[in-house]
Design a protein around this ligand. Structure first.
Ligand SMILES: [Zn+2]
Length: 367
């Protein structure tokens, strides 16, 4: 384990290369630095990250947001290692047992326990690691409906986390499709956005990036159950806030923010929004954008499989706040991100783009 000595407060988000997914590290602290690991991308991404993970050694929190492969697959080889490359003081993950718990809690008259013996490699790995699992919650369920989620949770070094997603309802909705979603490998392999992306590819291209037209496209909300089960939260340190969206649905995040006092007339200040579902058009609604006060937006995706980030999402972000200077942070320079690195567009909509430095992979920035 390495402990860097720091005198000024540090609060950073790193978006490591994670294929089409997420492998994120939050770093915070004043004297000693603390870290949270949020998802691990795919198997190859874990292998590329392994030595960095070993160097860090101990994480205050390891969150696996949900069961989609682009978030969880890298955790499988991690738990297969003879000696775990990291230690986690806490791990958050809602597995089958938590879904059953959420369903039981929300609908006690309708108890139904499905087979709990899925090839659940990550669940088995967590059990074997003996890391405290969802220990902040008496029920063992990371959910808005666990009473502990009513107030921010405090972590060593001064970080506070406020849970925004999921709810018991969103968790229990995943239950009937859990088996179908976790195939033989114990992992989900198909993302409905893939289907949507293929359909878009087949459509006639509108030509150029017309922000007004793109932003005006009707919003159709993501209804996939695994994404709805995403653990999303606000991390706050030294008065700075980042919303870690995972692949969450915008309706529940918006409802959670409204409970925190956010509205169209009292927008909720964020220093960074890690945009949900890699910038999918179905996960950042105009109404969510209308209640946040944020000028920095981060996207984690190489654009493969789903063509993320979708142009509609970025257009809606620009359109929601056309005058203030905005920053778009991308962890890959790829077709769907590079098209925004356009002098005219940047001038017209007053934004800048941050990409990884040449020859570097991933990007880390101050929140
Ligand atoms: Zn994802």
């Amino acid at each position: 384990m390495t402990i860097e000595e720091k005198t000024t407060p540090t609060f950073k988000l790193a978006m490591h290369p994670a294929s089409e997914g997420d492998a994120l590290i939050l770093t915070w602290g004043r004297d000693a630095l603390h870290r949270a690991l949020v998802d691990l991308g795919r198997t190859g991404d874990y292998r590329a990250l392994k030595s960095l993970l070993e160097d860090i050694g101990t994480f205050d929190l390891f969150t696996i947001s949900h069961i989609d492969v682009d978030h969880i697959e890298g955790a499988v080889p991690l738990f297969k290692e003879n000696a775990l490359p990291i230690q986690a003081k806490h791990v958050w993950f809602n597995a089958h047992a938590q879904l059953v718990g959420a369903k039981t809690r929300s609908a006690p008259q309708d108890r139904e326990v499905l087979g709990a013996a899925q090839a659940e490699k990550v669940t088995a790995g967590i059990v074997k690691s003996k890391w405290p699992w969802n220990a902040h919650f008496k029920s063992g369920i990371v959910s808005l409906d666990s009473p502990e989620a009513a107030a921010p949770l405090a972590f060593e070094g001064g970080l506070k986390l406020t849970i925004l997603s999921p709810s018991d309802l969103k968790l229990s909705q995943l239950l009937p499709v859990w088996d179908a979603e976790l195939e033989k490998t114990g992992l989900r392999t198909v993302d409905p956005d893939e289907v949507a992306a293929a359909l878009v590819e087949g459509r006639e291209h509108l030509g150029g990036l017309n922000v007004d037209a793109l932003a005006a496209q009707p919003f159709a909300i993501d209804s996939t159950k695994p994404n709805g089960s995403s653990i999303a939260f606000i991390a706050e340190f030294g008065g700075q806030r980042v919303l870690m969206g995972a692949d969450s649905h915008p309706d529940i995040v918006e409802a959670s923010l409204r409970k925190l006092g956010a509205s169209e007339t009292a927008r909720y200040r964020l220093d960074c929004l890690k945009v949900s579902h890699h910038g999918s058009r179905a996960n950042t609604s105009p109404s969510l954008l209308s209640i946040i006060d944020c000028t920095r937006f981060a996207f984690s995706t190489d654009g493969s499989r789903h063509g993320h980030p979708h142009a509609e999402t970025i257009a809606r972000i620009l359109k929601a706040d056309p005058t203030r200077k905005k920053t778009l942070v991308f962890n890959f320079r790829q077709k769907s991100t590079e098209q925004w690195d356009d002098v005219e567009l940047k001038k017209r909509w007053n934004y800048e783009c941050l990409f990884p430095d040449a020859g570097k992979t991933g990007i880390e920035f101050d929140i």
